[in-house]
Structures are given as structure tokens and as C-alpha cells.
Design a protein around this ligand. Structure first.
Ligand SMILES: [Zn+2]
Length: 200
């Protein structure tokens, strides 16, 4: 087991921030290894893998190790209706799903909408705002996952790869939670700053 009581908060913060940074930059390909039980045997897992560990089924989504039940909740959140709410056509094209997730309309409607924006000369600004809003959503999601993980266990913390690491002595949940919120708030403020600054 790792002894990480000393300097723990500092390490957590550093890793937390670098983790946020990686996710914001879209670096989700990093693999993670998990410790099984209390022996030293480790298994390497990468994005999209599904495996059993203890009584739970785990996967790695967006670089973060999480249980399948959490995945189910995320899936429900992006549940897509059969027909486009805008044009009422059945959404069955490959690009309908990713577009619905972001725009809440079918791919054709998005193309149509973006074409109108291009004519009005508003397209570049729209794309920039879209990217920034996407980053904001990601930061919020990451913050929630970190806070949940930090508070669900009294004997572990979240490592760089979203893995819960264990050590002797317990953790200062309050300090960790406030570090997470602080890092996320910082990221949000930077994004907000760019969102309101439309000049560049
Ligand atoms: Zn449509």
C-alpha cells in the first residue's frame, strides 16, 4: 500500500489540475492500471475497456475509471428521441446522434442552421462559442466526478488517470473537495473570459 499522508494534498492538487488539463485538451487515450485486492497484481485497462473488479463492473470513459452504473446514467442523459424536434424527420443517419447530443436537432438541421450563420457572417463566432461551451460542460462533468470520488471513499484519492489510489491514514475530504472546486472554478473563469471576449 502507498503511504501518501505527507504531501498528499499538494500531490492531489497537482494531479487534479494536470488531469483537468489533459481532459480539457482531449487527451483521453491514456491507459490506467488498477490494483486488485490488496496484492500487487495489476491489470492495465484503456479507454472503453469493461472489466469486473470486486462486485462492480468498471469501464474507462473519457480517461476516467468509473462503474457501469454511472455509465448508464450518462447514457440516459444523452437519450435521443426517434425524430428530430425541429424537422420531425426520423434521425437514423450516422451523424444524427453526435449532432443531436450537441445541438438537439438532426444533422440536416444543423447543416441548414450553420449555412444560415455563414451567410450572416456569424459562423466563426458560433464555432468558437460552441467549443468554449463544450469545454465548460466538460469542466463541470469532471468536477462532479472528482468530487464524487473524493467523497465516496475515506481511504483513497483520484490519481492522474482517474484511478482511486489507496493509502493508510485516510484523507482530508474537505481540503480535497475545495481544491477540486478551486481548480474547476479557475478553468470555468478562463473559459467564461473567452466566451465574453468576442474580439479575437
Ligand atoms: Zn431535423
Amino acid at each position: 500500500m502507498q503511504q501518501k499522508v505527507q504531501g498528499l494534498n499538494k500531490e492531489f492538487k497537482r494531479k487534479d489540475v494536470s488531469r483537468l488539463r489533459n481532459l480539457i485538451k482531449g487527451k483521453t487515450g491514456a491507459s490506467t492500471s488498477s490494483q486488485i485486492g490488496y496484492n500487487t497484481k495489476t491489470e492495465d485497462h484503456k479507454e472503453g475497456d469493461v472489466w469486473k473488479e470486486g462486485r462492480k463492473t468498471w469501464t474507462i470513459k473519457n480517461g476516467i475509471k468509473q462503474t457501469i452504473s454511472k455509465m448508464d446514467a450518462i447514457k440516459k442523459e444523452i437519450f435521443m428521441p426517434l425524430c428530430c424536434p425541429k424537422c420531425s424527420k426520423v434521425m437514423k443517419k450516422r451523424l444524427d446522434k453526435p449532432n443531436y447530443k450537441v445541438h438537439k436537432m438532426c444533422f440536416d438541421c444543423v447543416i441548414d442552421y450553420e449555412h444560415k450563420l455563414r451567410i450572416r457572417g456569424e459562423y466563426d463566432d458560433y464555432i468558437k462559442q460552441l467549443k468554449l461551451k463544450n469545454h465548460l460542460t466538460q469542466v463541470n462533468e469532471i468536477e462532479n466526478i472528482f468530487l464524487e470520488l473524493a467523497n465516496q471513499s475515506s481511504e483513497g484519492f483520484v490519481s492522474e488517470h482517474g484511478e482511486i489510489e489507496r493509502w493508510k491514514g485516510g484523507i482530508d475530504k474537505e481540503k480535497i473537495s475545495s481544491d477540486i472546486t478551486k481548480a474547476a472554478q479557475e478553468a470555468r473563469e478562463n473559459i467564461q473570459k473567452e466566451l465574453t471576449n468576442k474580439e479575437d
